[in-house]
Design a binder for this molecule. Sequence first.
Ligand code: BG6
Length: 365
Amino acid sequence: EKGPFEHFMLKEIHEQPLTLRNTMLGRINDQNEVIFPELAHAAGAFQHVDKIFIVACGTAFHAGLVGSTVLEKLTRIPVQCDIASEFRYRDPIITERTLVIVVSQSGETADTLAAMQESRRQGAKVLAITNVPTSSVARDADYVIATKAGPEIAVASTKAYTAQLLAFYLFSIYLAQERQTLSTELHTKLVQGLKALPVQVEKVLENANDVKLYAESIKDADSLFFIGRGLDYAVALEGSLKLKEISYIHSEAYAAGELKHGTLALIEKDTPVIALATHMDLYEKTVSNIKEVKARGAHVMGITVEGNVGLLNSVDEICFIPPSHHLLAPILAVVPLQLISYYASLALENDIDKPRNLAKSVTVE
Ligand code: BG6
């Protein structure tokens, strides 16, 4: 059932406008408020929450990184995102006022399940964001938000990731409504921004051929760097994982400002660098980091917001995403990265839907 697509991964990348619409459906009312009918039994339950942990593995962890920034910003509750296999062994401070959000496409990942069971044992309430409402994670959680991405067949996660991001945006607004921490102005901007996303993702997909050529040009690279600041850094981590998973090209994601404190020495002539610069408040800072890598001979692909042609002065190639609120940009910025990893892997003739040494869900710790 791949339809006109050569691989499930490409089909799933192209399904994202639909899966985003489905995940939003019935969750924004006529007053532009976010509603979760499935959380009706949780009324008031989040009022006393004073700490939130987000716990997940792999791509779901990367969704959690974006989620933690957004949730903390909108609700002003301290939020920390942890890798599930680390969380349970580091003795985190969990009380009855702690909310643990677990994120899992399959709902069967053993590390995530174990972390949530331990959290519940220590008195926390657990909210699961999962794509499989009948899964073990959904069954064991106190509350469940289902992502409506539909079955994801390709091992490398794409549409589940963007649905997880959307679930985080919706839940963050929902919680901020309950706690009255969101200005009317920002609330309106965010909800309008969310509603625009499916059409905007369609636009990014229409330009898939532009990134295809770039992807083919990196297929023989020894190593790549993804850089960005803030949420762009979280997206860089996901872009880097995607590329490694299916192309087997080594890459590293770096917070753009940290490169000079670490591995800047590894940037040599023609080293490919993918630089995300979608957040205009951080833009000048990111550009100065791009100049640092250019000075060492890097070949830079910049990803920025439409109209920002000034970036062309600092990069070798450019990919534009439609304008959105900067908190929502990850859903748009990740799409070219998904396509780059897909087309690089296609050029390498890899088994894209079933990459070596990876399983869709890992049910052992
Ligand atoms: C990994 C998969 O083993 O599990 C990743 O290969 C995935 O693609 C991770 O992101 C987490 O899976 P899940 O189902 O818990 O989201």
